[in-house]
Structure formats: structure tokens, C-alpha cells
Design a protein around this ligand. Structure first.
Ligand code: ATP
Ligand code: MG
Length: 429
């Protein structure tokens, strides 16, 4: 196929054989969020470029080199969203739904776009489920976000394979004091830093902390620690969070180098990481951003949130073989009809059954075909039972009911009794 008719590098089709697992994952998360009292919000995929520059920060990887930015026909600079927080904050401000201290507990799901180097677990269009809470400033809500994800890992069967890393970045004042101390220390070791870190030292010094360069890491061993610069309020907040995680029994490790890639975080930051996916080990990441709403022109409004990468979590379910057997079967019953009269009767019968059993996954054979070919399709569909309508059944107003997975003989069921019979033998989701 010519290149221009192929998908863009790093942007994937999610094929029908993969969508059951995606839907299982998304459904599990959505149910959990419903149960904890979070409400879904849906934002556009494209926003003014300025929004991301203002919120994410000019000197972050995302804004410097990863955004899909273009001019539209009016000459406005637009960007495909690289993340969800900026648009979510814009939306709550635009509609005034966080005004007067109103609490909002929101979540969203959808594609994000970043021009990164595609590799396993890292794509140019990828999908996140994200969550943002506004106007709750205590550590209790930070804890709730983490507790909720902990429950999710449990339900998905991947809890043993993820680890929680925690840090506190303090308020912007204490972070400012820390930044000064860090810059002073790193400047004294300037020649030993890698080129990227030398550049970051000038633009965004905290980002030097999460360098992958071994020489720079060696310099960082004796660098000042944020923990020693935390203000009392941030310290108390962090202790409050840890006490709650201890109370629920959620293990964590403190990682003083965890700074997150975005500029807007304050106080709590956290990441759930795994060693099952190679280099792309973070499956969920977030933190508190108490200054962001004001920075974007709103009244002071605290915020905390996280986002998880759906591709990476789906990959984990596959890698750890935590795929529930029932999600791959999408058909309960397959109806085969032979001859024109039987086909018409079959259609009407199927609709009557669907009226009575709206959750039944009933597939009616399309494209006619011989007894043999329809039966093959019934079997291949994964259905538990085949329904058979031929001349004999038509004459007696019954349908043949045949178990396809080994249990029992074929029997005849009267049309009127079919729905009731199916209700007893098919467990409906
Ligand atoms: P990373 O360090 O892996 O680049 P990040 O800090 O840039 O991640 P966030 O912006 O915090 O990521 O996004 C939250 C989550 O979204 C990540 O933890 C990850 O699971 C997922 N994610 C981020 N970028 C990508 C990508 N390019 N492809 C797939 N998933 C991604
Ligand atoms: Mg990144």
C-alpha cells in the first residue's frame, strides 16, 4: 500500500481482536470511578496552542518538542491535546463550575497526541483515563485517588506487579528555595553534567533530577534534597497522605527524584511503576497542582489529579495474562435458518427473544448457506448454543436447540417457550 494510505507512524488501529480487552479495562475503570462518586467530562481534542503553553510550561519536553501544532484556516494556532488537565481546567473555568469553592470530582477518557519516538508502550496517539478534583485541598483526597487506583490494580489482577512512588514538591515558595539550592550545587559541578542537564539547569533545573545519564546521576547523589526544604504545611500534608496510605495498607517508596515532567505540580506527586514493560514503566502518574487554576486566570482553586496510560495497562494485562476468559466470547446464541420461510420466521423469532432478553447476545446467520456452512459459522462465532430452523421445525413451530460446547443433546423448544428456556441456560452480563 502506498505510504500516504497507511496510518501515521505511532498512531495505531485497535483491531476487533483487541477491543474486547480495551472495553473490559475501560468498563472496569468507569464502574470504579462511578462507585467513588466521580463524574465524566468530555473536552474537545483540539485547543488553542496557548492553553498548553500557559499550563504545561514553555520549557517542558511536551511544549518544546512534542506537540502537534498547526494553523487552521483562520490562521489560529491550534494543538492536538498532549494531555487532559489543561483542557479540563479550561472547561471548568469557562463554565464556572468550580466557582465559589464548588467541589468537582471529574474524569475523562480519550486520545492524546505527542510527537515522541514510537516504541513499545510509547506512541504518538495514545489513550489516557484521567481524573481531576477541584477545591479539595487536604491529603484525604490525594489518598483517595491512590486508594482508588490500588483497588483498580487489585480488580485487574496486576497489583503485585506495580509499585507506588511518592514525593512532595512543596509549595511554589519552598520549591523556589529548593531550586536555588539545587542550581547552586549543580552549577558548582557544571562540567560533570550531561549536555541536556546543562541546558535544563538554565531552563528547568528540577528536571535534572530525573535524568537517565549515569554521570549526572552520580553528581546528584550529594545534591540537596527537596525533603529538607519542605515548608511546614507541605510537610504536614505529606505526613497526612502517608498516614492514610498506611491505614489502608498500601505500600509505597519515597522517591526524592520524582519531579514529573510538567511544570504545574505542587505538594504531592506520585507514579505507579512496573518492571514488566521495559523502559516505559510508568502506568499511572499524577499529583497536586494548587497553583494551576490561578495561573490560567481563574480564582485560587486547588486541584489534584492523575492520568493512566491505557496502552501500557492493556499491555500489562496481556503480559501478565490477566485476561478474563469471558471477555473473548461475544456471542451467546447463533441462529441458523434454512430456506426462505425459515429465514423470515427466524428473524421474527429473534426479535421476540431480544424483546424479552435485552442482554442476550444473539447473532442471526446472515448470507444463508448450507447446513454445514451455517453450522461452521455458529461454531466459529464462539456461541454456546445454536438455534436451528429447518422444514421440520417450521412444521412443528419449534426450534432446534443445540449445545455447541459439549454439554447435552439437541432438543426441540416451542417458539413461545424459547426466551424462557434461554434465560435459564445463558448467564447474561
Ligand atoms: P513518560 O515518563 O513515560 O514519558 P509522562 O510523564 O510523559 O510519561 P504523563 O504526561 O504523566 O506521562 O501521562 C500519564 C501517563 O500516560 C503515563 O504514565 C503513561 O502511562 C501514559 N503515557 C504518556 N505518554 C505516553 C505515550 N507517548 N504513549 C503511551 N502512553 C503514554
Ligand atoms: Mg513523556
Amino acid at each position: 500500500m502506498s505510504k500516504s494510505l497507511q496510518a501515521i507512524r505511532g498512531m495505531n488501529d485497535i483491531l476487533p481482536e483487541q477491543t474486547p480487552l480495551w472495553r473490559y479495562f475501560e468498563g472496569t475503570v468507569a464502574r470504579l470511578l462511578d462507585n467513588y462518586g466521580y463524574k465524566q467530562i468530555r473536552m474537545p481534542i483540539v485547543e488553542f496552542t496557548e492553553l498548553f503553553k500557559r499550563s504545561i510550561g514553555e520549557v517542558t519536553d511536551i511544549v518544546e518538542k512534542e506537540m502537534y501544532t498547526f494553523e487552521d484556516r483562520n490562521g489560529d494556532s491550534l494543538t492536538l491535546r498532549p494531555e487532559g488537565t489543561a483542557a479540563c481546567v479550561r472547561a471548568v473555568l469557562e463554565h464556572g463550575i468550580t466557582g465559589g469553592g464548588q467541589v468537582q470530582k471529574l474524569w475523562y477518557i480519550g486520545p492524546m497526541f505527542r510527537h515522541e519516538r514510537p516504541q513499545k508502550g510509547r506512541y504518538r496517539q495514545f489513550h489516557q483515563i484521567g481524573l481531576e478534583v477541584f477545591n479539595l485541598d487536604g491529603p484525604d483526597i490525594d489518598a483517595e485517588l491512590i486508594i482508588m487506583t490500588w483497588r483498580l490494580w487489585g480488580e485487574l489482577g496486576i497489583r503485585d506487579a506495580v509499585k507506588l512512588e511518592l514525593n512532595s514538591l512543596g509549595t511554589s515558595e519552598s520549591r523556589g528555595r529548593y531550586r536555588e539550592a539545587l542550581v547552586e550545587y549543580l552549577s558548582a559541578h557544571h562540567d560533570k553534567l550531561d549536555e541536556d542537564s546543562q541546558r535544563r539547569l538554565k531552563t528547568n533545573p528540577l528536571r535534572v533530577l530525573d535524568t537517565k545519564n549515569a554521570d549526572t546521576q552520580a553528581v546528584l547523589v550529594d545534591a540537596p534534597k527537596m525533603a529538607d526544604y519542605l515548608d511546614d504545611e507541605s510537610r504536614a500534608h505529606f505526613e497526612g497522605l502517608k498516614a492514610r496510605l498506611d491505614a489502608v495498607g498500601i505500600p509505597y517508596v519515597l522517591n526524592p527524584k520524582l519531579v514529573r515532567g510538567l511544570d504545574y505540580y505542587s505538594k504531592t506527586v506520585f507514579e505507579w511503576v512496573t518492571d514488566k514493560l521495559g523502559a516505559q514503566g510508568t502506568v499511572c502518574a499524577g499529583g497536586r497542582y494548587d497553583g494551576l487554576v490561578e495561573q490560567m486566570g481563574g480564582k485560587p482553586t486547588t486541584g489534584v489529579g492523575f492520568a493512566m496510560g491505557i496502552e501500557r495497562l492493556v499491555l500489562m494485562l496481556e503480559t501478565l495474562e490477566q485476561i478474563p476468559a469471558e471477555i473473548s466470547r461475544q456471542v451467546d446464541v447463533y441462529l441458523c435458518a434454512f430456506g426462505e420461510q425459515a429465514e423470515l420466521a427466524g428473524l421474527a423469532l429473534a426479535e421476540r427473544v431480544r424483546d424479552q432478553l435485552p442482554n442476550l447476545r444473539l447473532q442471526v446467520n446472515a448470507g444463508a448457506g448450507s447446513f454445514k456452512s451455517q453450522f461452521k459459522k455458529a461454531d466459529k462465532s464462539g456461541a454456546l448454543y445454536a438455534l436451528i430452523l429447518g422444514d421440520d421445525e417450521m412444521a412443528q413451530q419449534v426450534v432446534g436447540f443445540k449445545p455447541l460446547r459439549g454439554q447435552g443433546e439437541q432438543q426441540s423448544i416451542a417458539w413461545d417457550a424459547l426466551a424462557a428456556h434461554l434465560a435459564t441456560c445463558v448467564v447474561q452480563g
